[in-house]
Design a binder for this molecule. Structure first.
Ligand code: M6R
Length: 612
């Protein structure tokens, strides 16, 4: 939530900040702003997208070789010009951009009011700006980084901040706790961003700040310490992002581009990990912890949103094939519900971004209780990737669309490989079935390409149903989580109320919703549950519901019964997940477009939920 950028060097800062903010808009997009230090401190901010702020600033003095910028997802205070960042201190000496939540801001504000500070916004960030200012003016010997350290020592909550001080024209102070920040190292210049993508164009050398790190960036040097003023050793990482990845290419939206990338990203995810003769699965990142996984008393898989849906699929696979007890938890529940965990447990945390606040809190809890913690993560160098004992990257490439698509199929691919490898090592799977599954997994990309050819047909179905108020998604077995995921896609980008249900649960309540206005999407490929799901479809049809069925190619029976069918190639039931979700992503996408929604930046959402 919220994107931060910064630049200090010899170039003009404004274009670098604007370009960076446009990349980070997926993190929040209700208002944006920049601050530039030239002769004076200039701050330009506006409600709305980055482009609106850019237009506004272009008519003003936007020169300067040092600056910070922000794109916001509102926490404290509605989206408005006043609440946009940067937030200045009362006397305009400091300006601050902030990602996170200062939980004790109300108490700090009351204290500052007693010292005659006044406030223009509803934000917790303005409180921080004034708190820094307060400490700065306590003693002449206090410089900006000391003031930031003193202020942060009083703060409870999460922050990634960048601070400019009008009196120190060769310095940006940045600090992090809970909210990611990356510093890019150039030649006499430094770049700051909430993730590495906006920096990749300028340098391949970055430093990921750790919690409580504070970095002081000056044109001629970079100092890293912690909030308590102790030195911190500098770990420089290399990034290797293809800038082409950050482009929509021929597509209108990133979401569509990312849906279409799936055959390739699934392939990237298993590349080098599936042996050509299907005999072995190699997961180098898990090598050291694999004995722990084999001996695990149980496995707990944790995530949020789409990552939680992938976790459910992991549960089904691990239990079926590796015969290990698995529990799946929402990170937001797990972190607070005092779970019983010990060193015999293996906890797998799934996160596309690797920065989701609840998932990181769950990681810290599981680690503190002695469990082996494993990450499945897409963003290289993210906090999750750095803080887990071991992990597997999903290699889906940068995902910009707020609605997760290719990250989901990559997560399921990784979980499939873990489950099959574990099952094979433990001898809990028949070798023939193991080899069939590995072979079929390697064939999924080709089958995915075939499904994408149905895009026009799916668009026509979307046109028929885009005026619906509600929608129901049903599936059984492995396809129940797919129904949940399909419903989530629809609701988050089209704002149609959609519920995913296990089809067997339909008679226990949701069937009351069925009438001739309700589209019911049924994921019904030919698997062990086929007969049962056909009965469910009969029940919906008997009540005049409109059935859109995802079926195995050549299924003539359901073609007769359902109002609309979308065919997917035949596959092993456990792998049908990876295929059947693609039409659901396309359906949600087209419905949202028919409704005139911005599919890449749906209202009220942000890509990385870095606050709880
Ligand atoms: O980055 P993460 O995988 O941890 O994010 C988890 C959820 O916030 C995310 O999947 C969210 O539900 C997406 N908007 C779903 O499309």
């Amino acid at each position: 939530m919220c994107g931060i950028v910064g630049y200090i060097g010899k170039k003009e800062a404004f274009p670098i900040l604007i370009k960076g903010l446009k990349w980070l808009e997926y993190r929040g997009y209700d208002s944006a702003g920049v601050a530039l230090l030239n002769g004076s401190l200039e701050v330009y901010k506006k409600k709305g997208k980055v482009i609106e702020m850019e237009q506004f600033a272009l008519s003003k003095n936007h020169s300067g070789t040092i600056g910070i910028g922000h794109t916001r997802w509102a926490t404290h205070g509605e989206p408005s010009d006043e609440n946009a960042h940067p937030q200045n201190s009362m006397n305009n000496v400091f300006t601050v951009v902030h990602n996170g939540i200062i939980e004790n801001y109300a108490k700090l504000k009351t204290d500052l009011v007693k010292h005659s500070y006044t406030f223009k916004s509803d934000t917790d960030t303005e409180v921080l700006a004034n708190l820094i200012d307060f400490f700065y003016h306590q003693d002449e010997g206090i410089n900006s980084e000391m003031a930031v350290q003193l202020a942060l020592s009083k703060v409870v909550g999460a922050y990634g901040i960048a601070v400019l001080c009008k009196n120190e024209k060769n310095k940006i102070v940045v600090a992090r706790k809970g909210s990611p920040l990356v510093v890019g190292l150039g030649d006499g210049e430094y770049f700051i961003a909430s993730d590495a993508a906006p920096i990749a164009e300028y340098t391949g050398q970055v430093v990921y700040l750790n919690d409580e790190d504070i970095a002081i960036l000056q044109r001629d040097g970079f100092t890293l310490k912690n909030v308590s003023n102790n030195p911190v050793s500098l770990k420089i990482s290399s990034i290797d992002l293809e800038i082409g990845e950050l482009d929509k290419g021929d597509f209108d939206y990133f979401m569509m581009k990312e849906i279409y990338e799936q055959p390739k990203t699934i392939e990237e995810t298993f590349r080098g990990r599936l042996r050509a003769d299907h005999s072995e699965i190699v997961l180098g990142g898990l090598l050291n912890v694999f004995p722990k996984i084999e001996e695990a008393r149980r496995i707990i898989i944790i995530g949020c949103g789409t990552s939680w849906h992938a976790a459910l699929i992991g549960e089904y696979m691990l239990e079926e094939y590796a015969q290990v007890p698995v529990e799946v938890e929402y990170a937001s529940e797990f972190r607070y519900r005092k779970p019983v965990i010990n060193s015999k447990d293996v906890v797998i945390l799934i996160s596309q971004s690797g920065e989701t606040a609840d998932t990181l809190a769950a990681l810290h809890l599981a680690k503190a209780k002695g469990a082996t913690v494993i990450g499945i993560c897409n963003v290289v160098g993210s906090t999750l990737a750095r803080e887990t004992d071991a992990g597997v990257y999903t290699h889906a490439g940068v995902e910009i669309g707020v609605a997760s698509t290719k990250a989901f199929t990559a997560q399921v691919t990784v979980l499939t490989m873990i489950a099959l490898k574990l099952a094979n090592t433990k001898g809990t799977i028949d070798i023939k079935e193991y080899q069939t599954l590995v072979k079929e997994l390697s064939e999924i990309p080709e089958k995915g390409r075939i499904i994408l050819q149905s895009n026009d047909k799916i668009k026509a179905i979307a046109e028929k149903y885009h005026k619906a108020i509600n929608a129901l998604y049903l599936g059984r077995g492995y396809l129940f989580p797919v129904a949940l995921e399909g419903a989530l896609k629809l609701k988050e980008i089209s704002y149609i109320h959609a519920e995913g249900y296990a089809a067997g649960e339909m008679k226990h309540g949701p069937i009351a919703l069925v009438d001739d206005n309700l589209p019911v999407v049924v994921v019904a490929p030919q698997d062990d549950y086929y007969e049962k799901i056909v009965s469910n479809i009969q029940e919906i049809k008997a009540r005049k519901g409109n059935v859109i069925a995802i079926v195995t190619e050549g299924d003539t029976g359901l073609k007769e019964l359902a109002n609309d069918v979308i065919e997917i190639p035949k596959s092993h039931p456990a792998l049908a997940v990876l295929l059947s979700v693609i039409p659901l992503q396309l359906l949600a996408y087209h419905i949202a477009l028919f409704k005139g929604c911005n599919v890449d930046q749906p209202r009220n959402l942000a890509k990385s939920v870095t606050v709880e």
